[in-house]
Design a protein around this ligand. Structure first.
Ligand code: SF4
Length: 363
């Protein structure tokens, strides 16, 4: 896997998806020494299960450990800390990490109990986990989801769980963006495997999961977040820490130079039942056998329109899904190649949320 690659897979089985990604990544070419220390850094910001849209699916963690151990890597740890005020250990317990730890003999490291090293980057001094700093190969496992302060969280922001609680508080005082970029300039992930199965619409603590049945991997955290931001319908300018990280030499934002390797097609094998705020946005849609990635992108696009008070301008519901193949009703509007026969349609399979926003703004 090259530094500018993004490997993407769709499905509803995180075990099979993780294995497919790991095989495509060719991890043995990235970690040459089998004696390397490897840290897996999931997102357990709160003690909630993955179904909430907040935390990394434990099956991903389990499958990565199994895959690595099969290939002779034995020095693996799971390293994480919950946000200030929540218990990491409770997050480990709720998500079954104690069983994973026991089965695979992999230690759980709660960064809240760790030693820290005080380091300064771009004028910001912070306390970073010694375990993370001493790790040879860091695999970050963020959830792609919305965030009430930074708009989005993915690879770059997932690193915040490698700090002391005191530094986390200080990051909030400084407005998050510059410190997040500065932290990644000290230590960023060597490999990112993103859980984009059902990340939350707008809050990192979950509650409004949006099913997208998608995972992707990247080696460049900046490129990874740049790609993720488009999937959620954001412009780069909406998430300042991404370009700040680029300016600090962490990676590159230019997706035109990325090679996106798609391992399979999106699926529509399970019907999503939106609830809460997602159900509210779903009122603007007319789905018929829509793939979850496509439908999830539409929900995120509608959310972005709502944020700029443009949702009320939509005079018609948006058709989406494989059920529109062959339909030629010229009074209807749709997104995705399946709706190409309708009066107006946006191509793509699935189209990105950012393109859906532009399409709906022009209606
Ligand atoms: S365009 Fe059709 S086939 Fe492609 S992702 Fe959307 S619903 Fe699925």
């Amino acid at each position: 896997m090259d530094k500018n690659d993004i490997i993407l897979t769709y499905g509803s089985d995180p075990v099979a998806m993780t294995r497919a990604l790991l095989e495509a990544i060719d991890i043995e070419s990235l970690i040459l020494d089998k004696n390397s220390s490897i840290a897996l850094k999931p997102n357990l910001v709160v003690a909630a299960t993955a179904e909430s849209g907040a935390t990394t699916h434990p099956s991903i963690v389990r499958e990565i450990i199994s895959f690595l151990q099969e290939r002779g890597y034995s020095r693996i740890k799971i390293v994480e800390s919950a946000w200030v005020g929540d218990s990491t250990k409770e997050g480990f317990r709720v998500n079954g990490y104690e069983a994973i730890s026991k089965t695979f003999k992999v230690p759980l490291v709660d960064v809240k109990d760790d030693d820290y090293e005080k380091l300064t980057s771009n004028g910001i001094t912070m306390e970073v986990s010694k375990t993370i700093l001493d790790t040879d190969f860091l695999i970050s496992l963020p959830v792609l989801k919305g965030h009430c302060q930074t708009a989005m969280t993915c690879a770059l922001k997932n690193m915040k769980g490698c700090l002391s609680d005191r530094s986390k508080r200080m990051f909030h005082n400084l407005g998050l963006h510059k410190p997040i970029a500065a932290l990644n300039a000290i230590r960023c992930a060597d490999l990112v495997i993103v859980d984009s199965l059902n990340g939350d619409l707008d809050f990192e603590e979950g509650g409004n999961p949006v099913r997208t049945d998608r995972m992707f991997a990247a080696r460049d955290s900046v490129l990874c977040d740049s790609f993720g931001s488009q999937l959620l319908g954001f412009e780069l300018e909406d998430i300042p820490y991404i370009q700040l990280a680029e300016s600090m030499g962490v990676g590159f934002t230019d997706l035109s130079k990325a090679r996106v390797i798609q391992l399979n097609e999106p699926t529509n094998d399970k019907v999503a039942h939106p609830s809460g705020e997602v159900a509210n946005l779903a009122r603007y849609t007319l789905p018929k056998n829509a793939c979850s990635a496509c439908y999830g992108n539409l929900i995120h696009a509608l959310k972005r329109l709502d944020e700029v008070d443009r949702l009320g301008n939509l005079e018609t519901k948006i058709c989406i899904g494989q059920g529109y193949r062959g339909e030629t009703d010229k009074t209807r509007i749709g997104v995705g190649v399946c709706t190409r026969g309708l009066g107006k349609s946006l191509g793509g399979c699935p189209p990105k949320a950012i393109d859906m926003i532009q399409f709906m703004k022009e209606l």
